[in-house]
Design a protein around this ligand. Sequence first.
Ligand code: NAD
Length: 482
Amino acid sequence: MELGNTDTYRQPELLIGGDPRGLDGREAMPVVNPATGGALGLLPLASRQDLDDALEAAQRSFMAWRRVAPVDRGRILRRAADLMRGSLEPIARLITLEVGKPIAESRQEAALAAETLDWFAEEGRRAYGRILPSGLGKTQFMVVKEPVGPVAAFAPWNFPTVNAARKIGSALAAGCPCILKPAEEAPAAALEVARALLEAGLPRGVLSVVFGVPAAVSEHFLASPVIRKVSFTGSIPVGQHLMKLAAASGKRTTMELGGHAPVLVFGDADVEQALDLAVASKYRNAGQVCVSPTRFYIHESIHERFVSGFRQRVRAIPVGDGLAEGTRMGPLAHDRRRAPLEGLIENALDGGGRLVSGGKAIEADGYFFEPTVLADVPESARVMNEEPFGPLALLNSFTSTDEVIARANRLPFGLAAYAFTRSTDVVRRVSQEVEAGMLAINSFMISVPDAPFLGVKESGHGAENGIEGLEACLVTKLVSLA
Ligand code: NAD
């Protein structure tokens, strides 16, 4: 495969205990630009020895890193955030080259990754314990928080810098070494977070970044007694597989898995505002977002107006190479989703669904897909039950509040949910009854570093970000002092 775009591309490498290791005879795989199908560079894959060295570095550095004062750990994280902000444009270009999203979205992502490091820089100082009034003479019971230990983290390709910053930031702030395996599809962008931390003064050993065959890497790390906690973001089947491996040695897990976010649009909603926000949110990162709004349930009184407003806005979305400033939707991040998406659409139409816009892959060298809208899709269609993870909106109608809440809760997933209404009564019911880790009302804003990011039901457990994100890397110890 020919290498293209190498002028702005930073060749990825392994970072073992913070030290770079390049190709040097290792197995390698090409990194592909999804907008052109051309190779950007060659990614070295970790050998068994590399993985063992990363484990050894984590083990060796744990005691020293946990003794570093939280305020000093925070200084390193904050300096890294500043370094990322200073290189925002080159980092954003790497994200777009590897993932395909529009450059404006990549800039936002890189800025959010820096802000995430800032959040954990602060929050690491608040690993508070407590002292209990014991009533047992002079014995004092102290409840203290300690780092859980070395963390193995597996991050996906859709937000390569934000996912890396969440996982590394929470571990380091809590006093834990971290070994990160970012997705092989977007290695250079994820490495920028690690490089910023190393440049900011992170001691050698505390952080490793490895790439490889995902199943082999995770099996190796999860079998090691060095690793005390596993953090994974990705699909439900892979998450469930990792939970089984973690259970065998009793490791703690944080799982951010898939979703199938319902959007409840009630008859009293501000329809134009809901439409503007919904279309912008749905086609962000070409719909390859775990909290992407997918199943729209629109009150029957406004359904046709909503469908026609949606169609009009979607047809105005310029699709193209994310590096072109006018592009509002880039390609899919890899080729493997295009055929399954077409299959889901065909199945929905066969079942009686209505094609409103788009519906197929775009003939091009890159992995482009039309922004697609379907309406009146039967609940039995596959796409109403499987996460499409692509630029596909499903616009169905509902009659009553009881009915729509039941339909929103019908699936075994519970990551994000959204509702649009002006009624406080409806807000109260939806807030209390919709099963989701995150619920946004009259907006799609749920992902900020200060707030927990989490799912319920099969969408996962544990949380990233927020005070819960730090807590997930801490264990509780009782000390009884006589
Ligand atoms: P996939 O299941 O093949 O991979 C998902 C991620 O898991 C990738 O980053 C991959 O490197 C990693 N992975 C796969 N097998 C692994 C293993 N045994 N051990 C450790 N890591 C492993 O899916 P995909 O084709 O890359 O993405 C499509 C699906 O993944 C979507 O349907 C979506 O559900 C899910 N996904 C979810 C998120 C999220 O933010 N929750 C992000 C990306 C992908």
